[in-house]
Design a protein around this ligand. Structure first.
Ligand code: MN
Length: 220
């Protein structure tokens, strides 16, 4: 009986602690750093462990922290990430956009990636770009030609028609009513430790780790 009482006390205490932590998470930590679907050294040498540690561990974490701070007390406090990106502006848009962008970016790679898309995505790419090779060329050209910091996206409209979209800074095609499928980050923080000024070389290497199953799965 004594033991039961002690056990219930222990469980009650745990419940109380968990409950408080959950409340705290809901209030102060709405958005969390995504989990990487691979080890931090798994994408090397295309993306080094050091770059992942800074890009994911520092840059993305900062965007997440800023976003959580900036939504407090605003109409976006309980909004979905895509809603915030679509409807906000200024610093809130920049940080929300970068969280969405990097969530898509880091989950589209795999150490077993590369090759070519199949199925519906392959058909859609051929329809617009003629061939996968030509799509890659146009995508790289768009990324290299983007002045300053930003993103190059493969996006789909409501009918599933694809296009390459260049976005400055934190931009994402959702603000144009499009669905982002694949995004290459051309901010210098994404490649400078490994490639220094050679953005074109970096973009060319990225094809080796693209997980086309993930990218194709984003095409509804
Ligand atoms: Mn980045």
């Amino acid at each position: 009986m004594m033991l039961l009482t002690i056990l219930s006390l222990v469980f009650m205490t745990n419940d109380t602690i968990n409950h408080n932590q959950n409340n705290q998470n809901n209030n102060n930590m709405k958005f969390e750093l995504i989990k990487l679907p691979y080890a931090t050294d798994a994408l090397a040498p295309v993306i080094s462990q050091k770059t992942i540690e800074f890009h994911y561990g520092k840059h993305l974490q900062t965007y997440v922290n800023n976003l959580n701070n900036l939504i407090q007390g605003t109409q976006f406090e309980n909004a979905a990430l895509e809603t915030i990106v679509t409807e906000s502006e200024g610093g809130l848009f920049n940080n929300a956009g970068q969280v969405l962008n990097h969530n898509l970016y880091f989950t589209q790679f795999s150490p077993n990636g590369g090759g070519q898309p199949t199925g519906k995505l392959a058909t859609a790419i051929n329809e617009v770009f003629g061939s996968f090779d030509n799509f890659q060329k146009e995508f790289e050209t768009a990324g290299v030609g983007l002045f300053g910091s930003g993103w190059v996206w493969l996006a789909a409209d409501h009918a599933g028609k694809l296009s390459i979209v260049k976005e400055p800074n934190a931009g994402n095609p959702v603000t144009k009513g499009l669905t982002p499928l694949l995004g290459f980050d051309v901010w210098e923080h994404s490649y400078y430790l490994d490639y220094q000024n050679r953005r074109a070389d970096h973009l060319k290497e990225l094809w080796k780790i693209v997980d086309w199953n993930v990218v194709g799965g984003r095409l509804k």
